[in-house]
Write a protein that binds this ligand. Structure first.
Ligand SMILES: NC(=O)c1ccc[n+]([C@@H]2O[C@H](COP(=O)([O-])OP(=O)(O)OC[C@H]3O[C@@H](n4cnc5c(N)ncnc54)[C@H](OP(=O)(O)O)[C@@H]3O)[C@@H](O)[C@H]2O)c1
Length: 253
């Protein structure tokens, strides 16, 4: 369908090499975009890009550490030099540290905030400046169900993700005049490297998640791909500042 067609579009996906980021990268590429996979470990990014290329899709890898301003500037400049423009930015890179609120250290706080919130803001700013020059752009920030509800033993992570929801609204308000749409996707519990070991070691937490989800299962990374394609496409041109929860109904009740 033409309104979802991303042919000719250039998309950056931070943390696009695995998990939810890789599913989104593949979804955007299948819709026609050229995807720039931007994560810290260069060889993992190259491998992910190669697997998309092997499937007849368009992808490259450019290393990025979102906690480094210089790295954000370098990656953005390289994309513009290579492709001449940036149409889509998916801010997906994220980390979690699970602790009781009373046990978090200042170092934990900084690590989480620097990646999930500070890094996201400055990726938006650097790429947003380019989109302003172009007069159009689509930014998709990956939040979480904990952008809107609290969960135990991941308080600082949840605070960072609540920040993602408001960062999204703030930038959407300021950048609407540049025709830059800024929206967010909030996945519910989804099996990826971020929680695989933890959920294996805590099957009771996995069961509690499933019990809480009306659709009766936890998420698969591919569950987020469709919403990302929609928010990256012309089909969502009049939608901005929104958070779409992809949680099997977890936050209904
Ligand atoms: N899985 C869930 O249940 C769930 C639920 C809600 C929201 N989310 C969110 O979804 C997003 C993706 O998570 P995931 O579950 O797919 O986890 P994942 O498999 O651990 O992927 C995290 C990605 O982020 C990248 N990354 C981490 N720090 C980075 C940095 N400083 N600079 C650049 N890239 C960095 C990682 O690549 P490198 O290590 O190579 O840099 C990796 O590609 C995160 O924002 C997460 O908070 C996940």
């Amino acid at each position: 369908m033409k309104m979802f067609d991303l042919s000719g579009r250039i998309a950056i996906v931070t943390g696009g090499n695995r998990g939810i980021g890789f599913s989104i990268s593949r979804g955007l590429a299948e819709a026609g975009a050229t995807v720039v996979i931007a994560n810290r470990h260069a060889e993992e990014g190259e491998k992910a890009a190669a697997s998309l290329l092997g499937a007849g899709l368009k992808a490259v890898a450019i290393p990025l550490d979102v906690t480094s301003d210089a790295s954000i500037q370098k990656m953005t400049a390289e994309v513009v030099r290579k492709f001449g423009k940036i149409d889509i930015l998916v801010n997906n890179a994220g980390i979690v540290i699970r602790k009781k609120a009373e046990d978090y250290t200042p170092q934990d706080w900084e690590a989480i905030m620097n990646t999930n919130l500070r890094g996201m803001f400055f990726c938006c700013q650097e790429v947003g400046r380019e989109m302003m020059r172009q007069g159009k752009g689509k930014i998709i920030n990956i939040g979480s169900v904990v952008s809107v509800v609290a969960q135990s033993e991941r308080g600082v992570y949840a605070i960072s993700k609540a920040g993602v929801a408001h960062l999204t609204r703030s930038l959407a308000l300021e950048w609407a005049k540049y025709r830059i749409n800024v929206n967010a996707i909030g996945p519910g519990a989804t099996l990826t490297d971020i929680n695989r070991t933890y959920l294996k070691e805590h099957p009771e937490v996995l069961q509690a998640f499933i019990n809480d989800i009306p659709m009766g299962r936890i998420g698969h990374p591919d569950d987020c791909a469709g919403a990302a394609v929609f928010l990256a496409s012309d089909a969502s041109d009049f939608i901005t500042g929104q958070l779409i929860l992809i949680d099997g109904g977890m936050t209904i009740h």
